[in-house]
Design a protein around this ligand. Structure first.
Ligand SMILES: [Zn+2]
Length: 316
């Protein structure tokens, strides 16, 4: 049975630079993804709204506590439910993303929500069964995800963005400015990130994971690696990931290396005429074995196998 109250806090907030905080999801809480709070001076921006309206309400309170005002703008990094289902709790803020992400939230969002509600009861029971194949150190993370989803009060439907942009939106407060950007889709069909030039802080959504496998299940690994290269060229000192603790340029490089690894492995399998099933049976490299969301690795390989990197594009 879903618990209305999470076993753990939804997230913990920490100061990362002048006017910027990271809200980092706790395993077992109902946020699943991280968020950012940015005080531009007379303008408060929240980056991503988390998995549930309950976590979104905590985030709204936290934004007010840290900046002295409610959220004026909420940025949705991409359409996936764990980043947008708290939107309603942050209204009347304007919700911002790309037109493509808005379309995906409006078209695929309700179906993803219905599927999640239908399947997560059984998934939660499986998590408690002795035969579960979810590693012990990942169970709290999944439990919060499933329980949180099942605890959302009905009726519920995702709130889509009301303001969209093409490539960049600059938000000027009285003290600092924030750039909301997209370099296209890598993790999802359209990925938005925020860059705070003062402090060189990037809020990257699922373009970055730290200590967890990223998910390429809805993305294209080689395009994603190119996007990360362009983001690093901006100069990033503090990188807030969609999942996991706050990182830096170094952690962005790790994910770039991971994506190139997927490409190399999938390319070698293709050239050798090996099937996807054979590819999936290859052991995971030691350097990724401690990462949570280990089940994503096979699916990530499958995406690299399906979406071949065009010849001539750069690989380190
Ligand atoms: Zn995602």
């Amino acid at each position: 049975m879903a618990r209305l109250r999470a076993r753990r806090p939804h997230f913990r907030t920490s100061w990362i630079a002048r006017g910027a905080w990271a809200a980092i999801a706790e395993d077992g809480g109902y946020s699943l993804c991280n968020a950012g709070i940015i005080d531009l001076g007379g303008l408060t921006v929240v980056f991503d709204s988390m998995l549930t309206p309950m976590a979104g309400s905590h985030l709204a309170r936290e934004a007010r506590r840290r900046t002295g005002r409610g959220a004026d703008l909420v940025v949705n990094s991409h359409w996936h439910g764990d980043h947008i289902r708290g939107n309603a709790s942050l209204l009347p803020a304007l919700v911002v993303s790309t037109e493509k992400t808005r379309d995906l939230i409006a078209t695929l969002g309700p179906q993803q929500w219905a599927d999640d509600r239908k399947t997560m009861g059984a998934a939660l029971r499986d998590l408690d069964s002795p035969s579960t194949d979810v590693p012990a150190n990942e169970r709290a993370l999944y439990r919060g995800w499933f329980e949180g989803t099942l605890a959302v009060p009905l009726p519920f439907s995702p709130v889509p963005p009301s303001l969209t942009f093409e490539t960049e939106l600059r938000i000027h407060g009285t003290q600092r400015e924030l750039r909301i950007l997209t370099f296209g889709g890598g993790h999802s069909p359209s990925d938005v990130f925020a860059y705070l030039p003062e402090g060189r802080v990037a809020f990257l959504g699922d373009l970055l994971s730290v200590g967890l496998h990223p998910s390429a299940g809805d993305g294209v690994p080689w395009r994603w690696a190119q996007i990360l290269r362009r983001i690093r060229a901006l100069g990033v000192e503090v990188a807030v990931p969609g999942h996991g603790p706050v990182g830096s340029d170094r952690e962005i490089r790790h994910i770039e290396a991971y994506l190139h690894h997927l490409d190399r492995r999938a390319g070698a399998a293709r050239r050798a005429g090996r099937s996807l099933a054979e590819l999936r049976r290859e052991p995971m490299p030691q350097s990724f074995r401690a990462w949570k969301f280990s089940a994503f690795y096979g699916e990530n390989l499958a995406r690299a196998y399906r979406f071949e990197r065009p010849k001539g594009s750069r690989v380190p």
